[in-house]
Design a protein around this ligand. Structure first.
Ligand code: BDR
Ligand code: CA
Length: 283
């Protein structure tokens, strides 16, 4: 199995991504590193622990990473999990005391994949410290498209400087909004997967319904599981069609054309990926 580390800010779609990895034999989950984002660092870390307890994976270490100004409570709920975090079991295992950059340096082997599905603060700090990521898959950015501002996507916007470091030095595979916004976990999907996961999605569904007229027009009812789409590429390489693009990050945190060659996920067979996820996430 491929060693996988997920850098995450759970987050409802992060929860789906973590569950997908935890239930896929193709990857061996080596740890969750946490970052602020959808909510503050204490909550994202607590959520990571509880999600692992629910998934029966208390063997996976949780390493607390970087704090920053968090905020997508309108989408993910004040606790980051649609107000349902405390319905998940407590994890008896404490947070690993290791420093996050140290953890990456100690844990990454030549075949390790790191999937970064929150703001890129931890990853940029590791790159600055000289850590090498053999394969780094990043959910973030949108080409000509945003969900925070008209042009900026949340993960890149939340720490634009870190996003720039990753685009320039991290040799990432970028999984942008342009693709993830087409992957809708519809009502039927949510009815077929682990009810504990579906139970987290109430606030998110209400948010999307309320913003139908803005960036979420003519969309079927359901949620966007951005992060799970990115993690699927770590589980089964080739799930997403990649193209090389010259990109950069501007001061606003928007992904723009530039001179740094990175791989971008441009397409997927969503019906096939949808059934794959449904199968893995059902109980
Ligand atoms: C990204 O932002 C977060 O709110 C989600 O968890 C996802 O990582 C989508 O823009
Ligand atoms: Ca996330």
């Amino acid at each position: 199995a491929t060693p996988l580390i997920i850098d995450t800010d759970p987050g409802v779609d992060d929860a789906f991504a973590i569950a997908l990895a935890a239930r896929s034999p193709e990857v061996e989950l080596k740890g969750l590193t946490t970052v602020f984002g959808n909510v503050g660092l204490d909550l994202t870390t607590a959520n990571a622990l509880r999600l692992l307890a629910h998934l029966g994976r208390t063997d996976v270490p949780v390493v607390k990473g970087s704090e920053g100004p968090g905020g997508a409570a309108d989408v993910h709920g004040a606790d980051g999990l649609g107000g349902q975090a405390l319905t998940l079991p407590e994890n008896p295992v404490p947070i690993s005391g290791e420093d996050v950059v140290r953890f990456f340096a100690d844990t990454i082997t030549p075949d390790t994949v790191v999937a970064a599905i929150g703001p890129l603060t931890n990853i940029a700090a590791a790159l600055e410290a000289g850590v090498e990521f053999p394969r780094l898959i990043v959910m973030g950015g949108g080409l000509g498209l945003g969900n925070m501002t008209a042009r900026a996507e949340f993960n890149f916007w939340a720490d634009a400087k870190a996003a720039r470091t990753v685009i320039r030095k991290g040799n990432p595979v970028v999984v942008p909004l342009n693709l993830t916004q087409r992957c809708i976990a519809d009502t039927e999907f949510l009815a077929n997967v682990d009810p504990v996961l579906s139970n987290l999605t109430g606030t998110y569904r209400a948010y999307l319904a309320a913003h139908k007229d803005q960036n979420h027009s003519d969309r079927e009812e359901g949620i966007l599981i951005h992060d799970a789409v990115a993690v699927a590429e770590a589980i089964v390489p080739g799930t997403l069609k990649l193209e090389t693009h010259g990109l950069d990050i501007d001061d606003e945190g928007a992904l723009v054309e530039g001179k740094h060659q990175v791989e971008v996920a441009v397409e997927t067979d969503w019906p096939a990926l949808r059934s794959f996820m449904e199968q893995r996430l059902s109980v």
